[in-house]
Design a protein around this ligand. Structure first.
Ligand code: PRX
Length: 632
């Protein structure tokens, strides 16, 4: 077996050879003439001249061998629906959807915005766009009308596909209402809107002449054979909007060939996804994790993918393990937040199901604390792989690569740079390389590997300015994350460079303080933000969710507990990291994808407005912060 180190080294030192071989993981209609064209840095063109298609590779290619194998299993614990589609059935549904779109005049290069809940039709729509060469943009359902309108105006879709409503924890989310509001706000609205009517929003309003019913159009297109549109490898496949430091979201644009190859390679070497196996990714298709690893990647390699609408604790906290057991899931991908939620539940649910089919659990999207990492690894008895990446990269940057070598896992570490990434930790001051155990900015020396964003949609200059100008000394891609490498070469992510706090001249990651507090046995979750302080510049402030609230039942107990947690920070990190206060709350403010709304907490703590809250999971959490700060 090749060692991880040799594998990675070759991916950097012999890019043409390495990625040329990887290209064999997918089908090409026309071979490429050049593996990489890097004549216009930092824009990398992969597989120049090659022609391929994502939908062909995800579906058609498998029809011969696995036409009757399940391709997509749809489970909604919100509506009770459970449906599965074989590759052949998926092929038929995607052709129907492609025919609907083509009938509305959508062709190569046209944009289609998919604003849909977690229903199978959302996957059909993505694959149908890919089939006909239309550029799709999935917008997460939680975005409010104004956010959706901004995306509509940037992408200028010809058609939008939506549904009456989605469901989350028993509550309806009214997609169609939000869509109508967004279209009213937009300057460049779509000509047509195709709607899947799930019958959840009984009072759904239909706009005559614009809104069309998916079921009716489908029934008129039952047996179409829509040929795939072959695309040059570097043509855009999709746009996924992501927020940065400015208010205007960036349209992360991805290509076709590099994207397909990178996902296929990640499935083989990193996720160890075998053809015929089953993958369960618990994300949403509106986020990059769901986009890449619910829809495209598992299908590219001939796996069965599970698409789930629901939360991890309904109808009970055993639901995910039940799904794993019943579908013999071999690869599971989830988020640290979800695991922390499960950690707080009755553990008998985990033992109730046979999860022996599982080979690995992958977690990403936010820092995974050591305690949670250790807990879930022990509970499942399989390797739990923390891996680190971004919407921009589309697939992992730092990870263990068990398909190449089963390197030992260190709790709290996303292991090593994935193949293809020439990753460096750079000193912020002069872009020189940090030593082991020294904090640096996680940067990637370009060209970025296949599968990473090719540019910002419609704005090449913004791509350069945002990601490649952090250091004047050299042109490198910055992740905006701090990282550190230990003496064994394992990396640790310490939080965003833009969330760094400075206490009396000492730079600290709020993440480091959280890690320290998290080691206190009664702390379930904690958020630390830097708050302006007249004397020291900034001071850390903590908001903790406790496992056992009886420990703070009286004011005296509460004060003692706060001191105890501060002492834990002194002991684990040093008094420099000690928060000025530890407030106790029962819920942290997070986005629906589980990201902590640090900036909002920080803003409230500094007496400012909480900012954009369109993606907040539960506004009540911010009320708790306000009350805690007011000493109530
Ligand atoms: O700060 C890092 C954090 O999430 C950011 C990227 O978020 P997003 O674009 O939503 O993509 C998520 C894809 C998994 C990163 O800049 N992040 C992501 N994974 C980890 C992480 N932080 C620590 N550990 C991780 N494993």
């Amino acid at each position: 077996m090749t060692s991880y180190k040799a594998f990675h080294a070759r991916s950097i030192e012999d890019r043409n050879g390495f990625w040329g071989e990887m290209a064999g993981l997918i089908d090409w209609n026309k071979p490429f003439s050049k593996v990489l064209d890097y004549s216009r840095p930092p824009f990398a063109k992969w597989y120049v001249g090659g022609e391929t298609n994502l939908c062909h590779n995800a579906i058609d290619r498998h029809l011969g061998v696995r036409g009757e194998q399940k391709a997509l299993v749809y489970i909604s614990t919100e509506t009770g629906e459970e449906t599965s589609y074989t590759y052949r059935q998926l092929h038929a549904e995607v052709n129907r959807c492609a025919a609907i779109l083509a009938g509305l005049g959508v062709g190569k290069g046209d944009r289609v915005i998919i604003y849909m809940p977690m229903i199978a039709e959302a996957a059909f729509a993505m694959l149908a766009c890919a089939r006909i060469g239309a550029i799709h943009s999935v917008v997460f359902g939680g975005f409010a009308a104004a956010s959706l309108a901004t995306r509509i105006d940037d992408a200028r879709p010809k058609v939008m596909i939506s549904a009456d409503a989605g469901m989350r924890a028993g509550r309806a989310i009214h997609y169609k209402q939000l869509l109508d509001e967004a279209i009213d706000l937009a300057k460049f609205p779509p000509q047509k809107v195709v709607l899947v009517n799930r019958g959840i929003d009984k009072g759904m309003q239909v706009v005559a002449g614009r809104d069309l019913d998916y079921a009716r159009l489908r029934s008129q297109n039952m047996n179409p054979q829509i040929p795939v549109t072959w695309l040059e490898s570097n043509e855009p496949s999709y746009i996924l909007y992501t927020s940065g430091t400015t208010g205007k979201p960036k349209g992360v644009q991805r290509d076709v060939g590099g994207h397909a190859v990178a996902l296929a390679a990640s499935m083989k070497y990193l996720y160890c996804g075998e053809p015929g196996g089953t993958m369960f990714t618990t994300s949403d298709i509106g986020w990059v994790v769901g986009h890449s690893y619910i829809v495209y990647a598992p299908l590219l390699v001939g796996m069965t993918t599970i698409m789930y609408e629901g939360v991890p604790i309904r109808p009970d906290p055993g639901i995910w393990w039940k799904i794993v057991s019943e579908n013999e899931v071999s690869v599971m991908f989830s988020s640290p937040t979800a695991i922390r939620v499960l950690k707080k539940q009755d553990q008998s649910y985990l033992r109730k199901y046979d999860v022996s089919s599982l080979k690995h659990l992958f977690l990403a999207g936010e820092p995974l604390d050591e305690t949670t990492h250790g807990w879930i690894a022990d509970a499942l008895g399989v390797p739990v792989i923390d891996h680190y990446w971004q919407t921009e990269t589309g697939w992992p940057i730092l990870t263990a690569v068990p398909g190449v070598e089963k390197t030992p896992i260190k709790l709290g570490s996303p292991s090593f740079p994935a193949f293809g990434y020439d990753l460096r930790l750079l000193r912020e001051t002069d872009a020189s390389e940090a030593e082991a155990e020294e904090k640096g900015v996680v940067a990637i020396v370009p060209p970025l590997p296949p599968g990473c964003m090719s540019t910002v949609w419609g704005d090449d200059q913004r791509f350069i300015d945002t990601y490649f100008t952090t250091f004047s000394a050299r042109m490198v891609y910055t992740t905006f994350d701090w990282g550190i490498r230990d003496k064994d070469g394992y990396y640790f992510i310490l939080g965003r460079t833009d969330d760094v706090i400075n206490v009396a001249g000492h730079r600290l990651g709020t993440r480091e303080i959280e890690e320290a507090i998290q080691t206190h046995t009664n702390v379930a979750e904690v958020a630390v933000v830097g708050v302006a302080d007249q004397l020291k510049g900034q001071m850390p402030l903590a908001f903790a969710v406790l496992k056992d609230v009886s420990k703070i039942a009286t004011p005296q107990l509460r004060a003692a507990h706060e001191q105890e947690i501060m002492a834990t920070v002194d002991a684990k990190l040093g008094a420099i990291g000690r928060p000025s206060r530890v407030h106790f709350i029962t819920l942290l403010p997070k986005t629906r994808s589980g990201k902590l709304l640090r900036r909002s907490i920080q803003a409230l703590a500094e007496g400012r407005d909480a900012g954009d809250l369109t993606t907040i999971e539960d506004p009540g959490a911010l009320e708790q912060i306000r009350a805690a700060l007011a000493g109530k």
